[in-house]
Design a binder for this molecule. Structure first.
Ligand SMILES: *Cc1c(COP(=O)(O)O)cnc(C)c1O
Length: 480
């Protein structure tokens, strides 16, 4: 592709993206294709000769787009926000054009230094302790794995990377029953063994019970285990519960246990001073992660990982073959030493674009509105006698279900599942479910970049209509 062709196609693609953003509500939110449908429409073998880019774009529209679920639709209320935004997209185009590998300071000094400054900006925007230093990771899963491995190194006197874990004793990791599955995955990968993940009970609001944590640690100590790491969550995946950091931190500090805070989804709310109650006790934390690629309008991937003691992180991950030796080593940040992969994308650029384009106040206003919408929806649900709220709503996610007098729990589960599928099949909105105390629950997240009150009230009207239609169809079937 020559420069003229690049320019022509590039303009066309920017035009395509602008139209996509403007018209995203026209698509069914959840893709309707069946398994194998896209695969079967793709050629089995690659072309031997060159094809026109116009053909590529035509197939993108005709073959690929039907198989896309529209996370950028304001009617996307499923899983969690994976927000993009125009400034983020434009900066990402520049990153891909530069194609720089940002593993060492020398392989692109601006990338390393912009990353350092952006992490300082995020630290102050979220009110994290001054001594924290940050690095951008690809995902919260990777950041949490880095935390687990660093905690493991620390408790084994920085010996386990070299000697393996055969003499390390049985190291334990404490989480709540609501903790994200990435911690269990990480505990397996980091060599703790998934069976050494201890799931601590939660309180009525689904936050970790510190007394139960203390009991679990005492019991382990009495049985000869070695407590190593606790993961507390700000905004659990199911119900966005907030674990009590101060009480947990006090226990961890007394027992010399690494405290990692997983705020992948909820951390963005710390931009709001009125939400900083969630990080009360953050001074006890050894590490903290949140994902600007979820709720902060920065397209995937961009996960902000902070540590209190960067030296321990670097000591865990640095490895220095001859070909990576530089004259600037020790004077600058070589971020390859701050995590698992060597190669790293220039991800700080889109963060810079997003923060400058919105401004801190613009980000705060949008996040505040998302929180207001969740509260508003919770109010609408509470006012409706056929619906019930199934968990508190501290953040952007509302868990609820339809119920009918005299209907058993299993019938209610089945009915809510039907309602969920019917809503998603309509293409008008997309929401997903979870289980709360064993009950099937609908889960609606009001945090998409462009969601407004109008989208939430329209969705709520649709849910009510769909619920009453589905339940009246359901009755005769139940009688059989
Ligand atoms: C989304 C999420 C994760 C996983 O994030 P990735 O960046 O996709 O790895 C982990 N923990 C919590 C609480 C989350 O919400």
């Amino acid at each position: 592709m020559d420069s003229d062709e690049f320019r022509r196609q590039g303009h066309a693609i920017v035009e395509w993206i602008a139209r996509y953003f403007e018209g995203v509500e026209q698509y069914p939110v959840k893709s309707r294709v069946r398994p194998g449908e896209i695969l079967n429409s793709l050629p089995e073998l690659p072309p031997s000769g060159s094809e026109s880019f116009d053909n590529f774009l035509k197939d993108f529209d005709e073959v690929i787009m039907p198989g896309i679920t529209h996370w950028q639709s304001p009617n996307f209320f499923a899983y969690f926000p994976a927000n993009s935004s125009p400034p983020s997209v434009l900066a990402e185009m520049l990153t891909s054009a530069l194609g720089a590998q940002c593993m060492l300071w020398e392989t692109s000094p601006a990338a390393a230094e912009l990353e350092e400054r952006m992490m300082e900006w995020l630290r102050s925007m979220t009110g994290l302790p001054e001594e924290f230093e940050g690095v951008i990771q690809d995902s919260a899963s990777s950041a949490t794995l880095a935390a687990l491995i660093t905690a493991r190194e620390k408790v084994t006197g920085f010996n386990s990377n070299m000697e393996g874990l055969s003499d390390a004793g049985r190291l334990r990791v404490y989480v709540s029953t609501q903790t994200h599955s990435s911690v269990e995955k990480g505990a397996g990968v980091a060599g703790f063994g998934r069976s050494n993940l201890v799931r601590v009970d939660v309180r009525d609001d689904f936050s970790m019970d510190p007394a139960a944590l203390e009991r679990a640690i005492e019991k382990d100590l009495a049985s000869g285990y070695i407590p190593c790491c606790t993961v507390a969550t700000i905004g659990t995946t199911g119900t966005t519960a907030v674990d009590p950091l101060r009480a947990i931190g006090e226990i961890c500090s007394r027992h010399g246990i690494w405290l990692h805070v997983d705020a992948a989804l909820g951390g963005t709310a710390l931009l709001l001073p009125e939400m900083r109650w969630m990080s009360d006790g953050i001074g006890y934390a050894d590490s903290f992660v949140f994902n600007p690629h979820k709720w902060m309008f920065t397209n995937f991937d961009c996960s902000a990982y902070f540590v209190r003691d960067a030296a321990s992180l670097i000591r865990t991950f640095e490895i220095l073959p001859e070909y990576l030796k530089t004259r600037t080593r020790g004077k600058v940040n070589d971020y390859r030493d701050w995590g698992i992969p060597l190669g790293r994308r220039f991800r700080a650029l889109k963060l810079w674009a997003v923060i400058r384009s919105y401004g801190v106040e613009g980000l705060q206003a949008t996040i505040r509105e998302h929180l207001r919408l969740a509260k508003m929806l919770a109010g609408l649900i509470e006012a409706e006698k056929d619906f019930e709220l199934m968990a508190p709503v501290p953040l952007n996610t509302v868990c609820f279900r339809y119920r009918s007098d005299g209907m058993s729990d299993s019938e209610t589960d089945r009915l809510n599942e039907k309602i969920n599928h019917a809503l998603n099949d309509s293409g008008k909105i997309y929401l997903t479910h979870t289980k709360v105390n064993g009950k099937y629950v609908l889960r609606m997240v009001t945090a998409q970049t462009n969601v407004t009150e109008h989208h939430v009230t329209e969705a709520w009207n649709l849910i009510r209509e769909c619920a009453s239609a589905t339940s009246s169809q359901d009755r005769p079937v139940d009688i059989y």
